[in-house]
Design a protein around this ligand. Structure first.
Ligand SMILES: NC(=O)c1ccc[n+]([C@@H]2O[C@H](COP(=O)([O-])OP(=O)(O)OC[C@H]3O[C@@H](n4cnc5c(N)ncnc54)[C@H](O)[C@@H]3O)[C@@H](O)[C@H]2O)c1
Length: 261
């Protein structure tokens, strides 16, 4: 898809980290970008800076997504690009034993479900709603493309670490949806791709002490550092522009393979 001022996009999780970098990248090429996020303060400020639209949206909530889509489409027209970056991570084991009392406890279902709701079901929710909108559009010149949707999985989706069972399940699910979504929509020229990032320097990592961050960076074979969100955004941009990329998963990780802990 040719990126220009006639194209509009929705970026979930667009107020921070990988989503923010993606929104900035697309907007710098004239794309009209709507940010779907729960963080109104950061979202409003970024939207004002890049000339986009902020929509206070919880991707797990149907009414909220519908209201966001209505606002975004009224402001900038039907989206041709969706980038799913909204997500959360938790650390909790499948079951654990208290070192002092010996008491055991299973992973609670509430927090497991919450991660699946946001990372997996929220991603699917946006894919389904945006695809339905894209199906109403005229195909673009050339290959007859109508739209492109990019999801964010994680290398933890295949190499989940200790304490990442919920996160890994959600991200494995996102990866697994990629091909069937692409197949479902192929007749109508809508592509679906997933990026599997390794370790990226986003606000998530700012809470870690410098030594912990350096230790993580050292586990990346080359380049031996955390990824820059701009490098994720460049990958999204390439996916949008390269119509042959469809139905697959791109690892973006400097060859890192996560250890058990
Ligand atoms: N940073 C990394 O190293 C890394 C690695 C692999 C995968 N990822 C994935 O990339 C995505 C972006 O991560 P990030 O590091 O930029 O994190 P981040 O915390 O900086 O950004 C995530 C954004 O999602 C928003 N969000 C959370 N729940 C939401 C909901 N229900 N509805 C709408 N918005 C919601 C948050 O408000 C936040 O702005 C996540 O899915 C994360 O799992 C990140």
């Amino acid at each position: 898809m040719k990126i220009n001022g006639s194209i509009s996009a929705i970026v979930t999780g667009g107020a921070s980290g990988l989503g923010e970098a993606t929104a900035r990248n697309l907007a710098s090429e004239g794309v009209k970008v709507a940010l779907f996020d729960l963080n109104a303060e950061r979202g409003e400020a970024l939207a004002a800076e890049i000339g986009g639209t902020f929509c206070l949206v919880d991707v797990t909530d149907e009414e909220s997504v519908d209201a966001g889509l209505e606002k975004a489409r009224a402001a900038q027209g039907q989206e041709r690009i969706l980038v799913n970056c909204a997500g959360i991570a938790i650390g909790k084991k499948t079951a654990s034993r208290d070192r002092h009392t010996g008491e055991t406890a299973p992973h609670d279902l509430a927090s497991f479900s919450k991660v699946i709701q946001i990372n997996l079901i929220g991603t699917f929710h946006m894919l389904a709603k945006c695809a339905a909108g894209m199906l109403t559009t005229e195909p673009l010149e050339g290959d007859g493309e109508r739209g492109v949707m990019v999801n964010t999985s994680s290398v933890a989706g295949v190499e989940g670490q200790i304490g990442q069972v919920a996160y890994a399940a959600s991200k494995g699910g996102v990866a697994g949806m990629t091909l069937p979504v692409a197949r479902d929509l192929s007749r109508d020229g809508i592509r679906c791709m997933t990026i599997m990032p390794g370790l990226f320097h986003t606000p998530m990592f700012d809470t870690l002490p410098d030594e912990a961050r350096d230790a993580l960076a050292a586990t990346v074979p080359f380049p031996s550092r955390l990824g820059n969100p701009a490098e994720y955004a460049d990958t999204v941009r390439h996916i949008v522009e390269n119509v042959m990329l469809n139905g697959s998963i791109i690892r973006l990780d400097g060859a890192v393979r996560l250890e058990p802990r």
